[in-house]
Design a protein around this ligand. Structure first.
Ligand SMILES: [Zn+2]
Length: 311
């Protein structure tokens, strides 16, 4: 279901979809509905505070009471100036059928109790706007926005100053990759698809780089990538050498000879294609195991952040 359509069909159409999230004021209460990256669900946040209900304790109790009437609420976050929900619904009809009565239920409680709505962080009602901060949408006052910006800026400095020890990290990644390489060769020996152990190899190399080198920065990503490319190549070659050696040893071949002659042996047996396919498969699984961590490392190593005012 399209978000524009969802926005129109809930809460009297008082919220709007701005290409990023559904937000606006429903009966005066700032409300944000946004998809949560990765889990297919949604996050709902309503700004509300009341001097007579410090910490929104009574609001939290009310939510606990009504929660049983509504399925699909995975988590409730009660804060001093807002309340947020992790919802298990995707962008579908069920979500619409849930969200409309649910928000009305909460807002009726807020109205009856005289709660006000403002900045989700401090409760201020001055110049409150919806901002997109690193993909999360939230209603903030100018003061809190500046605090958030200063916090992210300080974090950026810390992250940038945080450099890994390449030599220690290299040693860690080598240990991890070699352990993965041994598994690669052994699994092949047992007759299974050894490429799968590329996942393990990538996992161990990155983990141990981080453990030994202090953190996984861009330098570490490059170091691990080079080690993994080489290790997959040699593991795959060793695995094949072992297999061919088992066939040829009765003819007087030695392991080392098979290893150095592997290319021509495969060519003569028309197996070069199969060999290359197995190598690519090994690279594919290793890449699958590494790519998420690589992206994360590159992203966090610059400390970059984005703050945008939603239209
Ligand atoms: Zn504020």
């Amino acid at each position: 279901m399209l978000y524009g359509k969802i926005a129109k069909s809930i809460l009297d159409g008082s919220l709007t979809f701005n290409q990023i999230c559904i937000s606006g004021r429903f009966r005066g209460y700032y409300t944000v509905i946004q998809p949560v990256m990765g889990n297919g669900g949604h996050r709902l946040e309503i700004s509300a505070s009341n001097p007579e209900d410090p910490g929104n304790t009574a609001l939290g109790e009310h939510i606990q009471q009504i929660r049983a009437n509504y399925g699909g609420i995975n988590h409730v976050y009660v804060r001093s100036n807002s309340v947020a929900f992790d919802l298990g619904y995707g962008a579908n009809k069920k979500f619409v059928e849930f969200i409309d009565p649910f928000v009305r239920d909460i807002v009726s409680f807020l109205e009856a109790g005289g709660y006000t709505s403002g900045c989700a962080n401090c409760g201020s009602q001055e110049q409150v706007d919806c901002y997109n901060i690193n993909g999360e949408n939230v209603y903030l006052c100018p003061n809190c926005l500046e605090k958030v910006r200063a916090g992210l800026e300080a974090k950026k400095e810390v992250v940038r100053a945080n450099k890994s020890n390449l030599l220690h990290g290299f040693a860690g990644a080598m240990i991890g990759a070699l352990a993965g390489g041994i598994v690669y060769v052994l699994i092949n020996k047992l007759g299974y698809v050894s490429a799968l152990s590329g996942l393990l190899m990538a996992f161990l190399a990155l983990l141990l780089y981080e453990k030994f080198g202090g953190c996984l920065d861009i330098k570490g990503v490059i170091c691990c990538a080079v080690i993994l490319i080489a290790t997959v190549y040699f593991s795959n070659k060793l695995a094949w050498t072992w297999e061919v050696f088992d066939q040829l040893k009765s003819y007087g071949w030695r392991f080392g000879e098979v290893y150095s002659e592997l290319g021509s042996i495969l060519k003569d047996s028309d197996l070069t294609g199969t060999y290359t396919a197995s190598l690519l498969q090994g690279y594919l699984f290793t890449a699958l195991g590494a790519v998420g961590k690589f992206i994360m490392a590159v992203r966090t190593s610059t400390g970059k952040y984005t703050i945008k005012k939603n239209k």
